[in-house]
Design a protein around this ligand. Structure first.
Ligand code: HAM
Length: 417
C-alpha cells in the first residue's frame, strides 16, 4: 500500500506559488497594521483546554476543538483562535505593559469544521487587538485598520460592507422585553444562524422559543430601521476618518460568547462571493478572566482563506513570479570556475539558482522556463574569460551580451518596473 500524497482533510499544502500569494498578503497586512502602531507577538499553538472552555462558546468548544490529553494527563487544545492566548499574555503582564497596547499576530488556527468554500480545518488569521482604550475611539480605530487593509490591496469602498451592531444595546433591548439570561443566549444563537435559515422558518423558531408576546416584540425590534445611538456615533466617527463602507445591521451577532459591546463583520458585496469575510468586536471581560484587573479591549480576526477569495473575486491579486531572479546556465564543465562570478552576482543583490545538473543546454533552459524564473545567464569558458555574459529574458526571448555590472542593473531595473 502506498501512502497518500494528500494533506490532512481541510488543511493545505503550500507549494512555492501558493506561498508567494501568502507572503504577498501577509506583507501587506503587516505593513498596514504596523503603520497604525501595532506590534507583532506570538504564542504557542497548544494551550490549556480551559482557556477556550471559559468563554469561546459552545460551537468552538464542543464541536470544533482539536483537544486531547497530553502524556502528563493535562487536557490541552490546538488553538482554534488567538483571542484567549493574547488575553492570557496581557493578563500575565497586566501591570508592566504600556497602554494603549496595540498587538497583532498571524497565527495558524485549527477548527474541526466541514470543509467548504471559505472554511477549512486550518487557516491563518490576522489578529489585531487594541488593549486599554474604552469606548468608541478604540472601536473606530480597529474598524479603520480593517478598512485600511482592504484598501491597501486596491479594494474600493463598494467592494465590501462593514456591518456593525452593538451587543450592549441588544442586551438592553432583550432585558427590556423581559428575557431571561438563557433566552438572551438562545436569541443570539438563533440570530447567528439566521443567514442559514429560511426567513419564515426563522420567525417561527423565534415565536416557538420565546412565545407569542416576546417573540413578536423581538422580531419587530430586529426589523426596526432605527440606528442605536452608540452605533450612530461610531458611524459618524468612521465617516470622518474616511471609512465609507460601514452600516448598521441588527442581524450581526458574532458567534463567540465573549463580545460585550460593539461587534462588526465585513462582507464581500460581490454577488458571487457574498459572504462574511472577517469580523471582531469589543470584549472587555477576557483579560479579567485570568485573575488580572480587567482591560477594555477591542479587536478583529481576518482569515487568509476568505481574504484570498475576496482578492481573487475582485481581481486584486497581482501576478507573482518566483523570488529567484535568474538561472545560471552552465556551458560545459565550468561548475567550479563559475562559482566566483555567481558569488559576485549574489553579493550585488541578485538571487541566482545555478543549474548544476550537467545536462545539455536545451534541458537546462527548459527547466529554467518551467520554474518561471525571468532570466537566464549563460556561463561558459569564453564568458568567464571575457567577463561578458549572455542574458536571456525568458519571458520575451530577447538576449543581450553584457558585462556583469550591466546584467545586475538590467535585472534590478526589470524588478523595479
Ligand atoms: P471568528 O469569527 O471565529 O472570530 O473568526 C474570524 C475570521 O477568521 C473569520 O471571519 C474568517 O475570516 C476566519 N475563519 C474562522 N474560521 C475559519 C475556518 N474554519 N476556515 C477559514 N477561515 C476561518 C475569531 O476567531 C475572533 N477570535 C476574532 C477576534 C480577534 N475578535 C477579537 N479579536
Amino acid at each position: 500500500m502506498s501512502l497518500s500524497t494528500q494533506p490532512y482533510k481541510g488543511a493545505r499544502d503550500f507549494y512555492p506559488e501558493d506561498k508567494r500569494i501568502q507572503k504577498y498578503m501577509f506583507g501587506k497586512l503587516r505593513e498596514v497594521v504596523e503603520s497604525f502602531g501595532y506590534q507583532e507577538y506570538d504564542a504557542p499553538i497548544l494551550e490549556s483546554f480551559d482557556i477556550y472552555a471559559a468563554k469561546s462558546g459552545e460551537e468552538i468548544v464542543n464541536e470544533q476543538l482539536y483537544s486531547f490529553e497530553d502524556k502528563g494527563g493535562r487536557k490541552v487544545a490546538i488553538r482554534p483562535e488567538m483571542t484567549p492566548s493574547v488575553s492570557r499574555m496581557v493578563a500575565a503582564r497586566r501591570q508592566e505593559l504600556p497602554y494603549p497596547l496595540r498587538l497583532y499576530s498571524i497565527p495558524n488556527l485549527w477548527r474541526y469544521e466541514r470543509p467548504q468554500r471559505g472554511r477549512l480545518r486550518e487557516h491563518n488569521q490576522l489578529n489585531v487587538d487594541l488593549f486599554g482604550v474604552e469606548g468608541l475611539d478604540g472601536d473606530a480605530e480597529i474598524i479603520q485598520v480593517a478598512d485600511a487593509i482592504l484598501k491597501s490591496f486596491g479594494a474600493k469602498s463598494s467592494d465590501y460592507e462593514i456591518r456593525i451592531n452593538s451587543r450592549g444595546y441588544m442586551n438592553q433591548q432583550f432585558e427590556s422585553f423581559g428575557l431571561s439570561d438563557d433566552q438572551k443566549h438562545l436569541c443570539l444563537k438563533l440570530l447567528d444562524k439566521q443567514s442559514k435559515i429560511e426567513p419564515n422558518e426563522f420567525e417561527k423558531m423565534f415565536i416557538e422559543k420565546l412565545g407569542d408576546g416576546k417573540g413578536s416584540q423581538l422580531l419587530n425590534f430586529l426589523k426596526s430601521e432605527e440606528v442605536p445611538k452608540p452605533v450612530a456615533e461610531l458611524l459618524r466617527v468612521l465617516n470622518l476618518s474616511g471609512v465609507e463602507s460601514a452600516a448598521y445591521d441588527p442581524a450581526i451577532v458574532r458567534g463567540l460568547d465573549y463580545y460585550t459591546d460593539i461587534i462588526f463583520e465585513v462582507f464581500d458585496t460581490d454577488p458571487e462571493n457574498n459572504r462574511s469575510m472577517f469580523g471582531g468586536g469589543r470584549y472587555d471581560g477576557l483579560v479579567g478572566l485570568f485573575g488580572a484587573e480587567p482591560v477594555p479591549t477591542v479587536g478583529f480576526g481576518m482569515g487568509d482563506v476568505t481574504l484570498q477569495n475576496f482578492l481573487e473575486a475582485h481581481g486584486l491579486l497581482p501576478g507573482l513570479g518566483p523570488e529567484t531572479d535568474a538561472a545560471a546556465i552552465l556551458i560545459g564543465d565550468v561548475y567550479a570556475k563559475a562559482q566566483a562570478v555567481v558569488g559576485e552576482f549574489r553579493k550585488s543583490g541578485l538571487k541566482i539558482a545555478v543549474d548544476s545538473s550537467g545536462r545539455k543546454l536545451d534541458a537546462q533552459i527548459r527547466s529554467a522556463v518551467k520554474s518561471g524564473v525571468r532570466y537566464a545567464i549563460f556561463i561558459g569558458e569564453k564568458e568567464l574569460q571575457s567577463g561578458r555574459f549572455q542574458l536571456r529574458d525568458l519571458k520575451n526571448g530577447t538576449e543581450k551580451e553584457l558585462p556583469k555590472g550591466d546584467i545586475v542593473s538590467a535585472i534590478q531595473e526589470s524588478r523595479a518596473g
